[in-house]
Design a protein around this ligand. Structure first.
Ligand SMILES: [Mn+2]
Length: 197
């Protein structure tokens, strides 16, 4: 692989996840056994302009909770590794993306400080796909991603009621925000007055 990349495996008693991330790559091959999560992650990669290979299995018969969180943690850890010392990156990214009636705003700071503040609309009891994925599973994924990716993540639904649209607009806005934040500005400066991220 050329450019910034990472490949890792994360195995616990609940789940097993392998990730290959290429920040200068393209194409997504995603199989988490949760089709709706695959649908969302495919859009994150596509609109993020990076390559993502992801294979994940876990105790989804219990609930999609563990697998969702661990997928987020694994992809976040891969991002952290691929970013290295974070020299020369844009650092900030934000996007407001519509999908029909839904409008979702995402802002990212590749700050080195983990935190996720997520406010989504839609029907929280709804399960999308089979095995089912709910809004709270996507929230777990995003929280894990921010934690392991050591990044600040804000997600806010500005409008809309269709749950599928809310989550899909979130995935697209996350991709666009990441694409901007990951951009190389040229040079080797760490974009912080502290001198490190
Ligand atoms: Mn869709």
């Amino acid at each position: 692989m050329t450019g910034r990349s990472a490949r890792l495996e994360r195995v616990t008693r609940e789940t097993s996840v392998t990730v290959a991330l290429e920040l200068e790559g393209s194409g997504a091959t995603i199989d988490t056994s949760l089709p709706f999560l695959d649908h969302l992650l495919d859009q994150v990669a596509r609109h993020g302009g990076f390559g993502l290979e992801l294979h994940a299995r876990g105790d989804v018969d219990v609930d999609a909770h563990h697998l969702s969180e661990d997928v987020g943690l694994a992809v976040g850890a891969a991002l952290d590794e691929a970013l290295g010392d974070r020299r020369g990156i844009e650092r900030f990214g934000a996007a407001t993306i519509p999908l029909d009636e839904s409008l979702v705003e995402v802002a990212i700071d590749l700050s080195g400080r983990p935190g996720a503040w997520v406010e989504l609309g839609g029907e929280r009891a709804l399960l999308l796909g089979r095995p089912g994925v709910a809004v709270e599973h996507v929230e777990e994924l995003l929280a894990g991603f921010a934690r392991a990716g050591r990044l600040t993540l804000h997600v806010r639904s500005l409008r809309g009621r269709n749950t599928h649209h809310q989550l899909e607009a979130t995935a697209k806005a996350l991709g666009r925000s990441l694409r901007a934040a990951l951009e190389r500005r040229g040079g080797t400066d760490v974009p912080s007055t502290k001198g490190r991220l």
